[in-house]
Design a protein around this ligand. Structure first.
Ligand code: FAD
Length: 307
């Protein structure tokens, strides 16, 4: 019940100002956001790498309003890549990108987002790694998939994300599995209506399993973005059944969620990538994490009351 309300608040400027300014927010935010600057995030990447974990780094931000913000975001990723080069982790440290941060929702946004993301993908390739395009709300996806296809002509390792809650996703999964893409499958974190998406948790989980099967049986590289123990077990079973080796797919989880499970899977020999978000514009990302688990909201509310 609470999830949709929090997701609606994640698009409200008034709530953004209120929540972002509250000093008590900080310790709760720090559970999910690995710092504000690239200097904050580099030690986190090293620490995760020491635990046998890989990362996908996300400079938080979305829904920008000017082209200047989009080029500033591009430059933030280019600075990040300069820092990553020094760590020498190659593909163990990749980037995740939200195309709305690169200007996709502005007038002429498709071309602007492509122009901004291309140099990031080029720079990532230069240091032996790659970029995955996150999936945002359903109105952005045709443009995201077209940009993904365009980038893959020169950089076939470029990945993208598909969301199990959308009705369209099985067809997207078939296309991407056949053309050998790196694909992250997630349940979906945005507020979507019943005209485009399953609303019921059990229906979403069933769709996830159908899509997982398509990806695991396909030609691409599946990236299983979930903390759900059932889906993790089903992935392992499917991998055995279709003969995928441990490095033919990977698990992905979010920074701050189920850390012990991340380490356990890595110790079993699985590739585990931790989606690690950092930056100052954390509001939308943070609110989606609250919406996923009402207990997070209670923790947040308690810290507001006790300070
Ligand atoms: P759930 O059923 O939601 O959770 C299973 C269990 O995991 C819960 O019982 C709980 O123990 C734990 N858990 C899950 N979420 C939380 C939380 N916030 N706080 C504390 N515990 C939690 N969504 C998009 O729409 N687009 C994307 O590009 C995208 N990228 C993602 C990348 C990664 C690596 C991951 C892991 C998720 C991403 N998501 C994205 C979010 C995703 O859509 C889900 O909202 C999120 O993963 C929760 O779903 P779940 O599969 O973990 O299952």
């Amino acid at each position: 019940m609470l999830g949709p309300v929090i997701l609606a608040a994640s698009r409200s400027d008034r709530m953004r100002r209120l929540v972002s300014a509250a000093p008590v927010t900080k310790p709760v935010v720090e559970r999910f956001i690995a710092g504000e600057t690239v200097d904050d995030v580099v030690p986190v990447v090293k620490h995760l790498a020491d635990r046998g974990l890989e990362v996908s780094l996300d400079v938080v931000g979305e829904d920008i309003t000017t082209p200047e913000q989009s080029t500033a975001a591009r430059d933030a990723y280019l600075r990040l890549i300069d820092h990553l080069e020094g760590l020498g982790l190659g593909e163990r440290a990749e980037m995740s990108v939200k195309l709305t941060l690169f200007g996709q929702a502005l007038p002429g946004g498709h071309e602007l987002a492509l122009a901004n993301v291309r140099p990031v993908v080029e720079a990532a390739a230069r240091i032996g790694t790659t970029v995955t395009l996150d999936a945002e709300d359903h109105t952005t996806l045709d443009s995201m998939f077209a940009i993904h296809e365009e980038l893959r002509k020169d950089f076939p390792q470029t990945g993208c994300v598909i969301q199990a809650y959308l009705f369209r996703t099985e067809a997207d999964a078939r296309r991407l599995a056949a053309n050998g893409s790196r694909v992250r499958i997630v349940k979906g974190a945005y507020k979507e209506t019943a005209s485009v998406a399953y609303q019921d948790k059990a229906e979403i989980d069933k769709a996830y399993v159908r899509i997982l099967k398509i990806l695991m049986e396909g030609e691409g590289y599946p990236m299983i973005g979930s903390h759900d123990p059932r889906l993790i077990a089903i992935t392992q079973e499917l991998a055995r059944r279709v003969g995928r080796k441990l490095d033919d797919y990977e698990f992905q989880m979010l920074y701050g969620i189920r850390g012990e499970e991340q380490t356990r899977l890595a110790a079993e020999g699985h590739r585990v990538r931790v989606y690690t978000a950092y930056g100052t514009d954390w509001y939308g990302y943070f609110m989606r994490r609250l919406a996923e688990k009402p207990a997070n909201l209670r923790f947040f509310a308690r810290s507001m009351i006790t300070k």
